[in-house]
Write a protein that binds this ligand. Structure first.
Ligand SMILES: Nc1nc2c(c(=O)[nH]1)N(C=O)[C@@H](CNc1ccc(C(=O)N[C@@H](CCC(=O)O)C(=O)O)cc1)CN2
Ligand SMILES: Nc1ncnc2c1ncn2[C@@H]1O[C@H](COP(=O)(O)OP(=O)(O)OP(=O)(O)O)[C@@H](O)[C@H]1O
Length: 193
């Protein structure tokens, strides 16, 4: 099973990294438009998102515009504290100083620890039930298990990552919503593994 999950993950990342710049621009624009509508309905005050890594959708411009529309809004990025540990979310603004984390992904060098009420979670492979494969660190699952109240989770990815099943494991925490270039989709009714 681990082998199957690993190859689903690697295949989805390879397909994504092969996207043409024009397709990527169009897809990111469609994702941002769908996200705009969904975020307006969910009306978070604190929004967690990720710095784009290995061809993930780039929502930085979306987040900057969302922040600019209301001074009460705050954005946060995940910070990996240690392997096998839950992440924390650190406030991010367009002027934050960024440093690489242990995986080489930029994170804010400092900033207040925040508790996002909505979380944008990047998807590599994902299924209709909202289960996802990240980079295999188990960071989001461990983090979501600990967060109270649990944030509304929105998986963000491209349709090329959709698979019939991700072979969810008992620790997997499904997304509430999936947003791709085809729009915002509530995760299908599912049975927890
Ligand atoms: N953009 C973005 N940022 C994110 C995440 C994410 O999914 N996307 N994460 C969501 O969790 C965390 C980082 N998770 C990661 C987990 C593993 C690897 C990684 O490269 N792993 C190696 C194998 C293990 C290792 O050597 O550490 C690999 O895949 O080669 C990268 C990021 C926090 N930041
Ligand atoms: N809540 C948890 N408690 C203990 N171990 C966990 C938990 N969540 C995940 N793990 C372990 O972490 C490893 C990676 O899990 P998985 O393949 O689901 O990661 P992922 O969802 O791809 O990564 P990420 O969440 O970082 O994007 C697995 O070995 C899994 O057993």
């Amino acid at each position: 099973m681990d082998k199957q999950r690993k190859s689903l993950r690697n295949d989805a990342i390879a397909r994504r990294e092969a996207l043409s710049p024009a397709h990527r621009t169009d897809a990111d624009r469609a994702i941002a438009a769908a996200l705009d509508e969904l975020i307006a309905r969910l009306a978070p005050t604190t929004l967690g998102f990720c710095w784009p890594h290995r061809g993930e959708p780039d929502m930085r411009a979306f987040v900057i515009a969302w922040l600019a529309a209301d001074a009460a809004r705050r954005a946060a990025l995940p910070v990996v504290v240690a392997p096998d540990q839950p992440m924390v979310f650190r406030e991010w603004t367009a002027s934050s100083e960024m440093i690489p984390d242990r995986h080489g992904i930029p994170m804010p060098a400092d900033g207040e620890v925040l508790h996002p009420d909505v979380l944008l979670v990047p998807l590599n492979a994902f299924d209709d039930a909202g289960f996802r494969l990240g980079y295999g660190g188990g960071y989001f699952d461990r983090t979501l298990e600990r967060m109270a109240p649990t944030p509304v989770t929105i998986g963000l990815g491209y349709e090329l990552g959709r698979v019939s099943t991700t072979h969810p494991q008992p620790h997997d925490h499904p997304m509430d919503w999936l947003v791709t270039e085809t729009g915002a989709h509530p995760a299908a009714i599912r049975q927890r593994p």
